[in-house]
Design a binder for this molecule. Structure first.
Ligand code: ZN
Length: 97
């Protein structure tokens, strides 16, 4: 299921960005012309698309949790060294590699 989000998420985001660019080009090119911009509604479509794209990305890539912190287990006393220090905070065993 997450694989689908990984594909659709960036795709939706990309479509949203393309729609903004197309909307911008259409809007600015229409300034010099007497005709009003016809693709102005692209903006209104692109913003929800970008929002949905961001949500799908965060689900697909699971950015919210699982922040990797280096943990070393002391070979002497078995204590987990969360701060990745050179020496074990419990028995002062050297953890340097
Ligand atoms: Zn230790």
């Amino acid at each position: 299921m997450r694989k689908i989000f990984k594909i659709i998420g960036p795709l939706v985001l990309l479509i949203g960005i393309i729609l903004i660019i197309v909307g911008f080009i259409d809007f600015f090119s229409s300034i010099t012309k007497p005709t009003p911009p016809t693709k102005f509604y692209f903006f209104f479509i692109s913003f929800p698309l970008i929002f949905v794209g961001f949500v799908l990305n965060s689900i697909g890539f699971n950015k919210t949790n699982k922040q990797k912190t280096p943990t070393k287990k002391c070979p002497s006393c078995g204590a987990i060294n969360k701060n990745n220090e050179d020496n074990c905070p419990y028995c002062d065993y050297s953890l340097k590699e």
